[in-house]
Design a protein around this ligand. Structure first.
Ligand code: GLN
Length: 236
């Protein structure tokens, strides 16, 4: 079965190209019923308020929430991470609709504006353990969010130092949270919670396909669990 890539806006073509490099077909998703034909979903980076408006226009939110609830693997990159978060804060977040399901608080544009976009080498031991290869990954952060808080069921996969000149200082309502994150000097940029994977950066913009292979492994593990529980229930 193909993997869906939400194709409303943003870097969906780049994800489809990366999936092709690992030998899998990426199916563009624009309508709720198309989700029935895919076993997993990637929500790309882009602009999360625009993406939310388009998702609302195409009546996608109920089907996307159902997809997450069914335990199907979903990977959100950047704006996709914001979409999956239970809570989003930061500039211009008011009223923005989210899919939710990922127990975390995400800060939009955590590192600042477009001009403060950056690249950094990041260490992700979990992916290296499963996929091998070089010890670090190139992280492309484009007006990236940062994850400020996670629930106990969330596995932190990667963190980066908070650049003192880049921490967002925009919204008085989140001053305390920002101070906490800044005082720890690190901010979370990749997490996994069961079947949900989320990265604040863009692996689809690099030649390294290990994140996409890792997501495929999450999918095959889910499919195996589903088929073994079906065979168990048919034995009963
Ligand atoms: N800053 C964007 C947002 O808040 C996300 C940027 C991205 O996806 N590269 O939606």
């Amino acid at each position: 079965m193909a993997i869906g890539v939400l194709a409303l806006q943003g870097s969906f073509n780049e994800h489809i190209a990366a999936l092709k490099r690992v030998g899998v077909k990426g199916e563009q998703i624009r309508k709720p019923e198309q989700l029935q034909n895919v076993s997993g979903l990637i929500i790309p980076g882009g602009e999360s308020t625009t993406m939310a408006k388009l998702a609302e226009y195409h009546n996608l939110f109920p089907a996307l929430r159902e997809f997450v609830k069914m335990g199907k693997p979903v990977w959100g990159t950047c704006a996709g991470l914001i979409f999956l978060a239970d809570k989003a804060i930061g500039q211009k977040t008011g009223g923005q609709e989210l899919i939710g399901g990922l127990n975390c608080t995400v800060h939009r544009n955590f590192f600042g504006s477009q001009i403060q976009s950056f690249e950094a080498e990041i260490s992700v031991p979990e992916i290296v353990a499963k996929e091998g290869g070089p010890p670090s990954f190139r992280g492309v952060f484009i007006r990236a969010p940062g994850i400020l808080e996670v629930g106990p069921e969330v596995q932190v996969l990667a963190e980066v130092p908070v650049p003192s000149d880049k921490a967002a200082k925009s919204d008085p309502a989140v001053e305390n949270v920002e101070e906490n994150a800044a005082s720890e000097q690190k901010v979370i940029v990749a997490v996994k919670q069961g079947n949900l994977l989320a990265t604040a950066f863009h692996p689809e913009l690099t030649a390294d396909t290990r994140w996409h292979s890792y997501f495929l492994k999450m999918l095959s593990e889910t499919n195996q669990e589903a088929s073994s529980s079906t065979s168990l229930s048919s034995e009963n």
